[in-house]
Design a protein around this ligand. Structure first.
Ligand SMILES: *Cc1c(COP(=O)(O)O)cnc(C)c1O
Length: 457
């Protein structure tokens, strides 16, 4: 089967003339898999339909927000009702209070919440707040963890351990990234070395609760707990970035999963730790632009207008966006998380079977209902994760990515839309039910064969 992509192709040509690269966020351009990105027209449940009428099982789910599936009638209804009362006021609305309360109710260490519009803003503000609270400047991040596109967080590792970072993008001044230190993920000794080298200077360590932006990388058993201990020993703050994992991997995010000890076939986890500032996005907007940071009353008191750390937003807490998020959060009950977990288990299992069937070497990484695959023989490629998979960004890069385009396009032709990069997590929704499983099952054998037959360029 070859997809009809006439209209998408025409729109992509037009888009490339009007918009840099034809897209408003780089991964959408299909740069790492090639071909024409479908222009989507609608979504319902687990499926999306493009402008040529092709229907795909959606394994991207808006990059996470669509936990309930597309077009959930109660979310759409709540939004339509809110729209009829006005789009934006630049003044307080009651739904903002309700969403802040809902977040604090779910994540116990959080007492107060500030709503913003994007995950980038949430982490950027969290960093500023940590600096304002501690009176220190340096920030430590892990290579391969993504925290949005603010200058200081687009930093790449310097030449040695515990040295100041280099710009990770053109246009980012070295003067700014010199305030960031980048260390390998899962490397507590590297974190200790930074604190030893820069005593009293580190404001915060920021980490993804579980890395999901280089594919999934499983935290070592007890990693987050030990990290929190080291950070707190040195009077710094731990920023737990749950923009992706928050309220997706479970009712209290990945932090909550670690406290509850549910592993779902993922890494061993240990609770008994808290972060100082948590950031959220994706699910809390239910598909609309809402993100947030949350912390204790004491730390949040530093934010304007109460405190000296400035932060603001014309559209922060926009009533329509917050209504979508609040409706999504209220509907995301135990049954929803169970449905997403069941779908993730089934799909991950099916993909593994399909790869095994054709004798492909691969590893599956997984944290709760999020998972990803890396092609290659882990022993030969030097992967050192507890599950035999890659344990940090350097190891993640060492995989047979050249198999992914063949696999991806065979799946797309089979009516399954995967993340268009080997370095992204796969997302399920509570609507990924029987029809989704049938579609997946039907598409996988040919795609696994295509991956196995692929050759390095
Ligand atoms: C998506 C993401 C961000 C950035 O959020 P945007 O809304 O795209 O700005 C930050 N941190 C993590 C962990 C993310 O997955």
């Amino acid at each position: 089967m070859t997809l009809n992509e006439q209209h998408s192709s025409e729109w992509f040509t037009r888009a490339q003339a009007a918009i840099p690269g034809g897209v408003n966020s780089p991964v959408r351009a299909y740069g790492s898999v090639g071909g024409v990105p479908p222009f989507l027209a609608s979504g319902k449940g687990a499926f999306v339909t493009d402008v040529d009428g092709n229907e795909y099982l959606d394994m991207v789910c808006g990059w996470g927000p669509m936990l309930l599936g597309h077009g959930h009638p109660e979310v759409i209804g709540a939004v339509q009702e809110a729209v009829s009362r006005g789009l934006s006021f630049g003044a307080s609305s009651t739904v903002e209070v309700e969403l802040a309360e809902e977040i604090a109710r779910r994540v116990e260490p959080i007492e107060q919440v500030r709503l913003v519009s994007t995950g980038t803003e949430a982490t950027m503000t969290a960093i500023r707040l940590a600096r304002g609270y501690t009176g220190r400047d340096l920030v430590v991040k892990f290579a391969g963890c993504y925290h949005g596109h603010s200058d200081g967080l687009l930093a790449a590792a310097g030449s040695g351990l515990a040295t100041l970072a280099l710009p990770g993008s053109a246009g980012v001044p070295e003067a700014i990234t010199s305030q960031t230190i980048v260390v390998p993920y899962n490397d507590l000794d590297a974190v200790r070395a930074v604190f030893a080298e820069h005593p009293g200077k580190v404001a915060a360590v920021i980490t993804e609760a579980a890395p999901a932006n280089m594919g999934i990388v499983e935290p070592d058993a007890g990693f987050n707990r030990s990290l929190a201990e080291i950070v707190h020993e040195h009077g710094a703050l731990l920023i737990c970035d749950e923009v992706l994992t928050g309220f997706r991997t479970g009712p209290a995010g990945w932090w909550g999963e670690e406290q509850s000890g549910r592993t779902l076939g993922g890494p061993e986890v240990s609770g008994g730790w808290t972060a100082d500032i948590y950031t959220f996005g994706k699910v809390i907007g239910g598909g609309m632009p809402v993100a947030a940071l949350g912390s204790t009353r004491e730390i949040m008191a530093k934010l304007a207008p109460q405190g000296p750390v400035y932060q603001a937003g014309t559209l922060s807490g926009n009533p329509i966006a917050v209504t979508a998020g609040l409706a999504t959060m209220r509907l995301a009950d135990a049954g929803v998380y169970e449905a997403v977990d069941v779908a993730a288990n089934s799909i991950a299992g099916m993909v593994c079977s399909a790869f095994d069937e054709v004798g492909l070497a691969y590893s599956m990484q997984r944290v709760g209902n999020l998972f990803s695959f890396a092609f290659g023989d882990g022993e030969a490629l030097g992967w050192t994760g507890a599950n035999g998979g890659p344990r940090n960004e350097a190891e993640v890069k060492n995989q047979e990515t050249w198999r992914y385009p063949a696999f991806f396009h065979a799946m797309l032709e089979g009516g399954v839309s995967l993340p268009p990069s080997a370095f992204e997590a796969w997302f399920c929704s509570a609507e990924h039910g029987d029809r989704a499983m049938e579609r997946m099952e039907a598409a996988l054998p040919a795609a696994a064969r295509a991956a196995a037959a692929a050759t390095a360029a």
